[in-house]
Design a protein around this ligand. Structure first.
Ligand SMILES: [Mg+2]
Length: 152
């Protein structure tokens, strides 16, 4: 049986900042400090470098899910995240998107996340902190997970 892997979206699969340059100036100024509440902003984001190839590789080795949080005050973020997953990850992510503010309630072996918020710090498996010194980018994460993908 494959091990279970969860992957976060914002600043892990998704380049959050890529959308901000695409917002009109007045909208950026009006929502300064809470840009994740701008309607439609999650539809404008590019994948992070290496994220798509890494996802497909990992999906071959693990039972892989996308585990993300959508802002409570931005209802379009919930559908934008679904559309993003369909557009960029396609069939290998079919019905594998989980949106939650309680990531620790999902059981599994690994969680790749750039933050410890929304229960990531209480995840029962191993938290791989994306963007940390140990795991600065996708190649390092993929290499580490590959060496831990086989059930021992
Ligand atoms: Mg994130």
């Amino acid at each position: 049986m494959k091990k279970i892997l969860y992957i976060d979206m914002d600043n892990v699969l998704v380049d959050f900042n890529s959308a901000l340059n695409r917002l009109p100036n007045e909208m950026r100024e009006k929502n300064e400090g809470h840009l994740d509440d701008v309607p439609g902003v999650f539809a404008l984001m590019d994948p992070l470098d290496g994220a798509i190839e890494s996802y497909h590789q990992l999906a071959g080795w693990f039972d892989t899910y996308i585990l993300s949080t959508a802002p409570w005050d931005n209802h379009t973020a919930w559908s934008d995240k679904l559309l993003w997953v369909k557009r960029y990850l396609g069939a290998s992510a079919y019905k594998r998107l989980i949106l939650t503010h309680h990531k620790n309630l999902n059981h599994g072996d690994f969680l790749v996340d750039d933050r410890t918020k929304h229960g990531a710090d209480q995840f029962a498996g191993e938290l791989i902190l994306f963007g940390s010194t140990r795991f600065p980018d996708w190649p390092g994460v993929v290499a580490y997970l590959h060496s831990h993908s086989i059930e021992s």
